[in-house]
Design a protein around this ligand. Structure first.
Ligand SMILES: Nc1ncnc2c1ncn2[C@@H]1O[C@H](COP(=O)(O)OP(=O)(O)OP(=O)(O)O)[C@@H](O)[C@H]1O
Ligand SMILES: [Mg+2]
Length: 499
C-alpha cells in the first residue's frame, strides 16, 4: 500500500499532470479542486488518511494560504508542498512561513516532485516517531497513538477513554503483542495523572523472593544484600499509575501484600516499621485469562475482584484484520524514516497476503516483520517476497501425533480428491513437505483438514505468491482465497499456522 498524496489544483490540466507523476512515483493520488475540499479530506473521520499534500497556492474560494492557516488552526501537521507559478516567489516565502514544507515551480518535473515528496514523507514519519518516543518517555502517549479502525476495537477504545477520566482499576487481557501496554500508557497519558509517573513492573520477570521488595521497597539491612534503602514501585508511582504487567504470575505471598496495599492505600516496606500512604492508580495486564488462574488456585479471588473492576479485552489481530493495512502503512512510514530507506509502499498482493496471516505474535510480530522488510528490501516497493520466514504457529513437532506418516503426498495421494474440485498438486520433495494422514489414534484424518494443511503449506512454500500457489495447485485464485478463508475460519486459532 502506497502513501496517499492529496493534490489540490483548480486547473484540470495541472491536476491531471501532477496526478500522473504522483502515480508514476508509486504513490496513490487523491485529487480535489478546491481548498475547502482539502480541509474536508483532512478533517472527515471517514476519509482515507492522507500522507502529504501538493497544494496550488492560487485557487478561487479558499486559496492555498487559507488552507495552510486552517490546517495550522486545526493542528494538522501533514506535510504540504506548495505549487506556484513562475514569479510567485513572494507567495512562496509566505507559504513556507505558514508551515509549507517545500515548494515547486509549475510545471514541475517528475524528478523534482519525487525528491520533494520523499523528503516530505520521511520528515513527517520521523516527526511522528520522535513525537511518539517523546510522548512515551513523558508518559504522554494518548489514544491517538493507537492505530486502529476496526469495529471490534471501537467499544474498547470508548471504555478505555472513559476509564482515563477516573482512577478506576483497569484489568487489560489479551494475547501477547496486542497492545496491552500501549493501552495502559494511553489511559495514563489521557488521565489527570499524566504529568506524574507511569511505572511499569513485569510481575512475571521478577524472582519470587524479590517481588515484595521491588513492589513495596525495603529498608537498608532488611535482608542479606539489602545494602541500600529502596523505595519500591508503589512509592515511585505515587500520584501516577502503576502498571502491573503479567499480573497473573504474581506469587501468592505477594498477592496477599498487594491486596492489603490496595485495601489500605498504604504500603509497608520489607523491614519497615510503619506503612506509607500512597496514591496510585492500578492498571494490570495479563495474557492469560485471570479468572482461570483464580479457578485453578493460582490467583486470589479477592485480589481478582480488586483488579478486575473494569476489564478490557483486546482482541487478537486476526480478529480485526481490517487494521492490518493501517498498521502496515504506519510501520512502513516509521521504519522507512528511522532507517532512512527509500521504501515508499507495499504491493497490493503483499497487503492481501499479510492481511490473511494469523499473526500469533499480533501487532508486535507485524511490526517486526515490517521492520525487517524495510531494512532488507532492495526496491522501493515491498512485495510478498520481502516477508519470508514469518514464523508459523504450527504445533510444535513433539506435539504431533506419534503415528506421523513421513512420506511424500505424491504419488501416495490420489491425483484428485474425491468429491472435491481441488486436484492435489504434485508434492514437493519429501524433505520439504509431508502430510500426516493418520490421527493419534490411527484413523485417517478428515479430507478437509488435510486439504487446508496442503493449502497452508503451499502458501508458505511459495512464500505467499498467491498466483503461483493457485497455478501449482491448479485452482483459480478466487477458489484459493475462498478455501483459505474457510481454513482460517474453521481452524482453532491455537493450531492454525500463519501462512
Ligand atoms: N494499535 C496499535 N497501533 C500502533 N502500534 C501498536 C498497536 N498495538 C500495539 N502496537 C505496538 O506493538 C508492540 C506491542 O504492543 P504492547 O507492548 O503494548 O503489547 P502487549 O499486549 O503489552 O504485549 P505482551 O503481552 O507481549 O507484553 C508495541 O511496539 C506497540 O507500540
Ligand atoms: Mg506488554
Amino acid at each position: 500500500m502506497a502513501a496517499s498524496i492529496l493534490i489540490a489544483d483548480d486547473d484540470p490540466v495541472q491536476r491531471r499532470l501532477v496526478e500522473n507523476m504522483v502515480q508514476k512515483c508509486g504513490y496513490e493520488a487523491v485529487v480535489v479542486e478546491t481548498g475547502d475540499a482539502v480541509i474536508e479530506k483532512l478533517t472527515n473521520p471517514d476519509a482515507a488518511p492522507i500522507d502529504a499534500i501538493v497544494l496550488d497556492l492560487v485557487m478561487p474560494g479558499l486559496d492555498g494560504m487559507g488552507v495552510l492557516s486552517k490546517m495550522r488552526e486545526a493542528g494538522i501537521s501533514i506535510p504540504v508542498i506548495v505549487q506556484t507559478a513562475h514569479g510567485g516567489i513572494d507567495n512562496v516565502v509566505s507559504a513556507m512561513r505558514a508551515g509549507a514544507q517545500d515548494f515547486v515551480v509549475k510545471p514541475v518535473g517528475i524528478e523534482r516532485l519525487q525528491v520533494s515528496l520523499r523528503n516530505a514523507l520521511n520528515t513527517s514519519a520521523l516527526k511522528g516517531e520522535l513525537q511518539r518516543i517523546r510522548h512515551s518517555r513523558e508518559g504522554r502517549l494518548t489514544f491517538t497513538d493507537i492505530i486502529t479502525r476496526a469495529e471490534a476495537m471501537a467499544p474498547i477504545l470508548r471504555i478505555a477513554e472513559k476509564a482515563a477520566a477516573s482512577s478506576i482499576p483497569v484489568l487489560i487481557e489479551g494475547e501477547s503483542g496486542v497492545g496491552k501496554e500501549l493501552f495502559a500508557r494511553a489511559i495514563h497519558g489521557t488521565s489527570e495523572r499524566k504529568t506524574r509517573p507511569f511505572v511499569a513492573v513485569n510481575c512475571g520477570a521478577i524472582p519470587d523472593n524479590l517481588v515484595e521488595s521491588i513492589l513495596f521497597g525495603h529498608e537498608k539491612g532488611a535482608f542479606t544484600g539489602a545494602t541500600e534503602r529502596h523505595m519500591g514501585k508503589f512509592v515511585e508511582a505515587h500520584g501516577g499509575t502503576l502498571f502491573l504487567d503479567e499480573v497473573s504470575e504474581l506469587p501468592l505471598t505477594a498477592q496477599v501484600k498487594l491486596l492489603r496495599a490496595l485495601q489500605e492505600g498504604a504500603v509497608e516496606a520489607v523491614g519497615g516499621r510503619k506503612p506509607v500512604k500512597v496514591d496510585v492508580r492500578i492498571i494490570s495486564a495479563t495474557n492469560r485469562r485471570l479468572l482461570d488462574r483464580v479457578k485453578d488456585g493460582h490467583f486470589r479471588e479477592d485480589l481478582f475482584y480488586r483488579l478486575h473492576v473494569l476489564p478490557l479485552t483486546i482482541p487478537p489481530l486476526r480478529a480485526r484484520r481490517e487494521d492490518i493495512p493501517h498498521l502496515l502503512r504506519h510501520f512502513l512510514a516509521r521504519f522507512a524514516a528511522e532507517e532512512n530507506r527509500a521504501v515508499s509502499g507495499i504491493s497490493g498482493e503483499a497487503v492481501a497476503y499479510l492481511t490473511r496471516l494469523d499473526w500469533p505474535g499480533n501487532i508486535r510480530q507485524l511490526e517486526n516483520a515490517v521492520y525487517r522488510a524495510v531494512v532488507m528490501s532492495e526496491t522501493d516497493q515491498l512485495g510478498v517476497t520481502d516477508f519470508p520466514l514469518i514464523p508459523t504457529h504450527a504445533p510444535p513437532v513433539d506435539s504431533l501425533p506419534a503415528l506421523t506418516v513421513e512420506r511424500p503426498l505424491h504419488p501416495a495421494l490420489p491425483a484428485m480428491v474425491p468429491g472435491s474440485e481441488v486436484p492435489i498438486a504434485p508434492s514437493p520433495p519429501p524433505s520439504h513437505g509431508s502430510l500426516s494422514m493418520l490421527t493419534a489414534s490411527g484413523d485417517v484424518r478428515p479430507l478437509e483438514e488435510m486439504e487446508h494443511e496442503i493449502i497452508r503449506f503451499s502458501i508458505a512454500h511459495y512464500r505467499g505468491q498467491m498466483s503461483e500457489v493457485a497455478r501449482r495447485l491448479k485452482i483459480g485464485r478466487s477458489t484459493l482465497y475462498r478455501k483459505l478463508d474457510e481454513a482460517n475460519g474453521e481452524t482453532p486459532s491455537t493450531e492454525s499456522p500463519p501462512l
